[in-house]
Design a protein around this ligand. Sequence first.
Ligand SMILES: [Zn+2]
Ligand SMILES: [Zn+2]
Length: 326
Amino acid sequence: MSTTGSEGEEAITGDEITGTVIESSSGAATEANTTTTKPPRNAFAELMSTKPNKGQSLSTQGHKRRASSPSSSGPATSLTASATNKNKKRSFAGRDGLGAYIADPAAFPPSRVIYYNDDFVAIRDLYPKSAVHCLLLPRKVPADVEMFEVVRSDPAFLAAAQAEAAKLKQLVAKELERKFGSGSRSSALRQRVLDGGGGEQLEAGEEGEEWEGKKDGKLPPGRDWAKEVKIGLHSNPSMNHLHIHVLSRDMSSESLKHKKHYNSFTTNFFADLDAFPMDDNEVYARKHSNWSSQDMVCWRCGKNFTNKFQKLKEHLAEEFEKWKRE
Ligand SMILES: [Zn+2]
Ligand SMILES: [Zn+2]
């Protein structure tokens, strides 16, 4: 599959590197074809339809401009630290693939670009490694800068990125609820109480939990899907543009095809955004970790699968079912 010769130590996968530029609006096909009777709207579409496709911004300029004219940008924040000395390219092939979204997010269908504002673009990952996998792309950080360094050295940027990632996390949580809420015990309990049922109409084998808070006039809290979402970045990313992963933690996806895929999200190669700012020793440890050769360990139960990827995949499928039902 891989057509680049550049799958080196840092590259997570060849298809990610070669396949970022979008061909059509078919990207959301798998999302839309879930077994629901509702129209194929997802939580992202629903939320975004209530407001214009542009949010508030950190600074007042620089939007909707091709990334090829950095000279005049002088934003209020320090997001563009070294924008001027980068050799900007118009083609966004290979490792620069994410640049296309940053330069012109309006050119992409809603199935790909979830939302954007002057400072960030939120997209669905083209090769999701989990049930819901999005990327947050800062628009004013030049390509080829050292991601960890930007996040470490610019507190204003870090704060802005964390705030924006928290927003996207809520959207991902809503999308998880939309996709899996009906199968989740804690979500279902809340729904039953809302529907006025005390536990009847349960599916075979399902236990009808009694809601204790009934007498206090309280609703069951339902499932906190945000707890199932992680936010972070890779120590040595395969893409040039700074991108923050916001994804559900299930690791259940057809695009998860080998050990490196799995380990890149489950070892210290994946740095939680909340772990920043990070001290030098920690950065060194992460950048020089042997993450890709470490044993594969189930994210949910901790079982060690050493190098047995197929066994892990089978197990992940089982864990996915249990996880959804929680
Ligand atoms: Zn990455
Ligand atoms: Zn497990």
